[in-house]
Design a protein around this ligand. Structure first.
Ligand SMILES: [Zn+2]
Length: 397
């Protein structure tokens, strides 16, 4: 008899200690807003100053997005992470590689690219956001070009070459990766560069950026604070903030993890983008649907990352894959909503009841679906038997 009475108490103690050990990530996922309906954001980076073939690719994308509507009749949309300048190779070469010069998106040579972006914005299918003045830190690139022939050739090319061709570490804007591990930038330089890029963005798009996504997802507190001062309200992240590049050039120095809807100290709101759809890497349309299904179960919006390189390297195949992915997503989730990051962040900030779930049962089910991503929690829950109790929350008993 005593043993029987003891067992439930021991179990409660065991489960309680597991929950306590993981209290922080568990509570964070409970506080994270739960969406009422499936929501999809297609996010595409690297557009803007650069190869002129972008104009035709953008026109193809806009035509595709105009054909696709969600249940409310809203057109599909794609965010464009915009880059505002590329190197002026001939002028840099003329200086013997000692001076950096740029061609900006405002340059007449990029008129067709600008017009394709603006036409898509006017039709509501493109939503621009800041990716960076450039997809590198210019002094780091100059320094790297002195010791690396390939970087020097890239930097001094007569026609702007795609930044995707640079070593990955050098594509980060907010570190000095001329030598690895990358060095931090002086905060005053960051402040000046952010103010400049926000002003340049405003001169092209009519207003400073509201949403920013750091190149290669490397940025830090100084960058965030400077963006906030310029009016940026939302940062798109992969769920972690890497602040540097290590000796092998990999993103490193993670100093923060974040969930969608979470507030930064600077007042910015984070969104998490963690579904990947890169047709040139072999991602099939079903990958987009699988990502949407998983995020919907978690009560999250599905932010899909796809880069311009898909639409430059294999335009027709990538457009077809995206169209098939959108069609499959709408077929699988007739209640799917297309939404912009800014709208999503506003709904989360204001806890808009049209978007954000308030009922306990769906919130518990979404919370349960989020727990498997917590490192080591899944194993602890299984070993302790807690997963049986948690399964009840999802109606899996
Ligand atoms: Zn990029």
């Amino acid at each position: 008899m005593e043993m029987l009475a003891f067992a439930p108490a021991a179990l409660a103690l065991l489960w309680g200690s597991v929950l306590l050990a993981f209290a922080r990530p568990l509570v964070a996922r409970w506080r994270e807003p739960v969406l009422r309906q499936p929501a999809l954001v297609i996010e595409s980076d690297d557009w803007g100053a650069g190869p002129l073939e972008q104009a035709a690719a953008l026109r193809g994308l806009a035509a595709l997005l105009r054909r696709v509507h969600d249940g409310s009749g809203r057109r599909a949309l794609m965010t464009l992470g915009v880059v505002l300048e590329v190197p002026d190779g001939p002028r840099i070469a003329a200086s013997g590689g000692s001076e950096y010069h740029a061609r900006t998106l405002a340059d007449a040579r990029f008129a067709a690219v600008r017009e394709a972006i603006q036409a898509g914005i006017a039709d509501g299918v493109f939503v621009p956001q800041l990716h960076g003045q450039c997809h590198y830190w210019p002094p780091a690139l100059l320094a790297a070009a002195r010791i690396d022939d390939a970087v020097r050739a890239w930097l001094t090319a007569a026609e702007p070459a795609p930044t995707e061709a640079l070593p990955a570490a050098l594509q980060a804007r907010w570190v000095d990766a001329a030598r690895l591990p990358a060095a931090a930038l002086p905060p005053a330089d960051v402040d000046r560069a952010v103010a400049e890029e926000c002003a340049n963005y405003a001169s092209i798009f009519g207003a400073p950026p509201k949403v920013a996504v750091a190149t290669t997802f490397v940025w830090n507190e100084t960058v965030e604070a400077a963006w906030a001062r310029c009016g940026v309200a939302v940062i798109v992240s992969p769920g972690v903030r890497a602040t540097g590049r290590d000796a092998r050039g990999q993103p490193a120095g993670v100093d923060r993890t974040m969930l969608s809807g979470q507030r930064a100290p600077s007042g910015l709101i984070y969104l998490v983008r963690d579904v990947y759809f890169e047709p040139v890497r072999g991602h099939a349309p079903q990958q987009l649907v699988a990502g949407l299904r998983a995020r919907t179960r978690q009560g999250r919006a599905c932010l899909v990352e796809t880069h311009r390189c898909n639409f430059l390297q294999a335009r027709d195949a990538s457009l077809a894959a995206l169209e098939a992915g959108l069609a499959a997503a709408l077929a699988a989730f007739p209640g799917l909503c297309f939404v912009s990051p800014l709208e999503l962040a506003r709904a989360m900030r204001e806890r808009d009841p049209a978007w954000i779930e308030t009922r306990w049962r769906p919130r518990l089910a979404a919370w349960r679906a989020r727990l498997d991503e917590i490192p080591r929690f899944r194993r602890a829950a299984r070993l302790s038997g807690l997963h049986f109790a948690l399964a009840l929350l999802r109606g899996e008993s």
